[in-house]
Design a protein around this ligand. Structure first.
Ligand SMILES: Cc1ncc(COP(=O)(O)O)c(C=O)c1O
Length: 357
């Protein structure tokens, strides 16, 4: 066994929805993993039905998909690296750029894969707690030294849903060493309505140490197929390509991503409905006296002194939400936003649960 993984704990996926339904005796609504409850564009299913060449390996260079992304981003295809989910890219980053003992700065609470990836390769994860639950980039920059190899910034952040502004990010990039890689995880960027949100499209042209992460798992509704990507200067992408397995993204995922990417009206519909439901849900939760953070993502983080019990009682009502104790937030729980009728029945369940505790 590698010394670096001695203290790591395997990821616990919990019970499946089918197992939970059997246990609780109810149909469950999964609001725990920030997937899209709208599902992918109908074009994805049409295309997958026609896709029959399962006997051939996928296109290891994802030529068509990268071409499409490149056109939209107005960059050359060599600015892109495809991954088996954005998750895989996080592990590729650690494999490509960290030697044992190298430091990665990670403001917390945040997505857990960053720390895991750093620790697997024997890197030193410097966790920077953010007690206000919004990233203080000035503080994070001041703790990022010349020897820091990478910094992980999630925007909007998971599990808080909060964002930092373009102004704050620009100041941060100007302050940190050009030798430090800044990883900007924008898994939830499509849901942002705040005009102060950074344009990573502009910044990636300007900063050769910036790496942007995107995924098809959220707004595009393709979480099951596992596909995401990195955008960065070709020099950095080449390093990621060295450690990427040749066929890491399967043919169905590539085809589905192409169909999903091209269906812009559907994308807009999902974004619009999610944002409408986010506003409605936040308002109704606040009317129940609950405290929550100002989310710009497809989920909300809600505070309750008995959050773990609330999550348990919501489960009995048929709603699986994410208790955030594993993020170090035992007094909070996270709820994915879905279509109106699901949110209406969720609110009924919330009211019922709040009456009994
Ligand atoms: C912030 C963030 N980054 C990356 C991922 C992983 O995305 P993927 O499904 O593409 O691996 C997630 C998944 O929840 C996430 O919340």
């Amino acid at each position: 066994m590698q010394e670096s993984i001695k203290d790591l704990i395997p990821y616990d996926p919990g019970l499946t929805i089918e197992q939970l339904e059997k246990q609780i005796g109810k149909t469950m609504v999964k609001l725990s993993a920030n997937e899209s409850l709208w599902g992918p564009s109908p074009h994805v299913y049409e295309l997958l039905r026609q896709k029959t060449a399962l006997n051939y390996y996928p296109d290891g260079a994802a030529v068509r998909l990268k071409q499409l992304l490149a056109e939209d981003w107005e960059l050359a295809p060599d600015y892109f690296c495809m991954g088996n989910g954005a998750d895989e890219i996080i592990f590729l980053l650690a494999n490509s750029f960290l030697n044992p003992g190298d430091e990665a700065v990670i403001p917390t609470p945040t997505f857990s894969s960053y720390e895991t990836a750093v620790r697997i390769v024997g890197g030193k994860a410097t966790l920077v707690p953010q007690p206000e639950l919004t990233f203080n980039l000035e503080e994070i920059a001041s703790l990022t030294g010349r020897n820091t190899k990478m910094v992980f910034l999630c925007n909007p952040n998971n599990p808080t849903g909060t964002i930092f502004s373009a102004q704050a990010l620009k100041a941060f990039l100007a302050q940190v060493s050009p030798q430090t890689l800044v990883i900007l995880d924008e898994a939830y960027c499509h849901y942002v309505q705040d005009a102060q949100y950074p344009s990573s499209r502009e910044l990636v042209r300007q900063y050769e140490n910036l790496i942007i992460l995107r995924t098809f798992s959220k707004v595009f509704g393709l979480a099951a197929l596992r596909i995401g990507y990195a955008v960065a200067s070709p020099k950095l992408i080449r390093e990621l390509e060295k450690v990427r397995a040749p066929y890491n993204v399967n043919s169905l995922a590539q085809a589905a991503a192409i169909a999903a990417w091209q269906d812009k009206p559907y994308l807009q519909k999902v974004v619009d409905e999610t944002c409408t439901e986010r506003t409605r849900l936040i308002q109704r939760l606040q009317e129940c006296g609950l405290k929550l953070l100002p989310s710009q993502a497809n989920f909300v983080l809600i505070r309750h002194a008995q959050a773990i019990l609330v999550a348990e009682l919501l489960l009995q009502e048929g709603f699986l939400v994410r208790n955030t104790a594993s993020f170090g937030l035992p007094d909070w729980f996270r709820v994915t936003i879905g279509p109106a009728e699901k949110m209406d029945s969720f609110m009924e369940a919330v009211r019922k649960v709040l009456q009994v505790i």
